[in-house]
Design a binder for this molecule. Structure first.
Ligand code: ADP
Length: 538
């Protein structure tokens, strides 16, 4: 027997329709890539999204067509989130930090005919346009008087918008239809496309705003530093529109000074981003003796949040860190480590320790750990296993890729190695390919890094497994020192010695001026392993 409820299709346009009627006057603030701060309301954002939907219609964009963006977190990008998906097309957010060859690959793979871009990326497109045979319309998101000179035929977003009516009927779409597309950066092989649906996006947003998740409401002031070109800024634009939260968008200003200025001026309460961004912000605050007065919570994900960072936010800025884990294939929310009665019952030091874990699954996501044969492993907080996930906002295959070897039945294998304890807390031990295999045992490179980064002279560090004649692999610690600070190898090892077991101690410590990163800010360990492969054999 079926229930007797309306089968209203879940749709991304419903977010903006809700925001512009119920939260008309709530604010959106955006740092414009061409300079200056822009502010308007959800009512105006709704109107401009409808105008943008009419622009798409005029350009000949049809349901299911992919429409690309190369853009920072701005109000114009926000409008496209609703205009493109809401009108039935697929928003393909392209990461401008990828190598040009990768950008060419994914624009061609997705068959984008229309591209909206920020002014900074015009030179990039000029360089690669000849290799993008399907691309017909290039629209620069600036005012008319700021349009750049170019060898390409460029159109102006503001001019196109101004010519359109704000009357547009959002179509009723099948909730399973594709809404947006994001390629994983793919440290090996080609990037792979994850195709989200209206249903997955809406359900993810509803779960993520809950009190025990991100806790976003109409009283929140949210600043996603995580880019809108990477997993839809962790779904924050949708969550903000669903709740009417004030949304603060940092544009191209990702450095410590720019983020601080925006946080301070707009009284941001909830910040979201990867650890490298917070390193820069915390270093800025330390140097300039600034406090993040308005910030209540900082969501850290994408890479492990070290205890020293969790502590610094808490003790210097009164800001609680929510450590989160997820991935492009998961829209991306998987687990979150939020305050609850159990955490509240712990001493401050025990809390910090618990906060270094990536937390518990949010409602909707199931997690488990398995051995090499796919057998489930115990949740005892000690046993390592491959982390698998299942749920309504997790990919079931990649876009136009036959290979489904990452799936085991209804479970997606994340490529991460983790433990899960009896209370459901998950702790990422490592990426399966980064875990260090020493004498038949495993060493977590992340654990050693998280301790080493606590040394006051260390700005950034990486631990990688390097081939060793006797032990298979041994850990090598690479350290970038803070400007004006010094530390020797012996001091570094002495610092670690009472914090980790003896056989986890790095066999060598090298000081470097910088470390390589992926386009999404993670350490590029494959390159480090290659560069230092002979350290223990030469
Ligand atoms: P990409 O694959 O494009 O680099 P993703 O955001 O999809 O970017 O990366 C997901 C991976 O990032 C996870 O599988 C995990 O290895 C790592 N990761 C994400 N959050 C955390 C975290 N809090 N702690 C440790 N690793 C994390």
């Amino acid at each position: 027997m079926h229930g007797l409820m309306m089968d209203t299709q879940l749709s991304i346009s419903s977010f903006i329709q809700h925001a512009e009627t119920v939260h008309r006057n709530a604010e959106i603030v955006s740092r414009k890539p061409e300079g200056g701060i822009f502010r308007y309301t959800y009512a105006e954002a709704g109107k401009r999204s409808r105008q943008a939907a009419n622009v798409l219609k005029k350009l000949g964009v049809k349901a299911g067509d992919r429409v690309a963006t190369l853009a920072w977190n701005t109000h114009r990008h926000f409008e496209l989130y609703f205009a493109v998906s809401g009108s039935g097309a697929v928003l393909h957010t392209v990461n401008p930090r990828l190598f040009p060859e990768q950008i060419i690959f994914i624009l061609n793979h997705a068959e984008d005919a229309v591209l909206f871009l920020d002014i900074q990326f015009v030179p990039l497109i000029e360089k690669i346009k000849s290799q993008l045979p399907l691309l017909k319309h290039i629209i620069v998101m600036v005012d008319k008087d700021k349009m750049p000179q170019s060898s390409l035929s460029l159109q102006c977003y503001e001019e196109l918008l101004a010519a359109e009516s704000d009357r547009f009927e959002w179509p009723v779409l099948d909730e399973q239809s594709a809404s947006s597309l994001c390629y994983t950066s793919g440290t090996t092989g080609h990037p792979k496309g994850v195709m989200y649906s209206h249903r997955s996006t809406v359900v993810h947003a509803l779960a993520s705003v809950a009190g025990d998740a991100l806790g976003i409401s109409s009283s929140s002031v949210v600043l996603p530093v995580v880019p809108m070109f990477h997993v839809n800024a962790w779904g924050v634009p949708y969550a903000a529109a669903a709740t009417g939260a004030k949304l603060v968008l940092p544009g191209a200003g990702m450095d410590g000074a720019s983020i601080f200025e925006l946080v301070d001026n707009e009284k941001a309460q909830l910040l979201l981003g990867v650890p490298t961004v917070w390193l820069a912000l915390l270093q800025f605050c330390e140097k300039e003796k600034k406090k993040l007065h308005s910030v209540e919570k900082v969501v850290i994900g994408g890479s492990a949040a070290p205890m020293s960072m969790i502590r610094e936010f808490q003790e210097k800025h009164d800001a609680f860190v929510i450590h989160a884990w997820g991935m492009t294939e998961m829209s991306p929310m998987g687990t979150l480590n939020t305050m609850n009665p159990y955490m509240a019952s712990l001493s401050q030091e025990e809390r910090y320790k618990l906060q270094t874990k990536q937390g518990r699954p949010i409602y909707g996501v199931k997690i488990r750990i398995v051995d090499a044969n796919g057998n489930e492993m115990p949740h005892d907080g000690k046993t390592f296993g491959r982390l698998q996930v299942s749920g309504p906002w997790i990919a079931k295959s990649y876009y136009k890729v036959e290979d489904r070897s990452a799936w085991q039945g209804d479970w997606f294998d994340t490529g991460d190695v983790a433990t899960i304890d009896a209370q459901g807390y998950m702790n990422i031990v490592d990426r399966a390919k980064d875990v260090i295999k020493s004498g038949g045992e495993w060493i977590s490179s992340i654990d050693v890094e998280n301790i080493a980064i606590g040394h006051p002279a260390v700005a950034e560090c990486a631990v990688v497994g390097v081939p060793h004649p006797k032990w298979d692999e041994r850990p090598l610690l690479l350290v970038v020192k803070k400007p004006g600070q010094d530390v020797t190898k012996e001091e570094m090892l002495a610092y670690l010695s009472d914090k980790i077991v003896k056989w986890w101690m790095p066999d060598e410590v090298l000081f470097v001026t910088d470390l390589p990163h992926t386009p999404t800010g993670k350490l590029l360990k494959r390159d480090l392993r290659e560069t230092y492969k002979s350290v223990f054999s030469s």
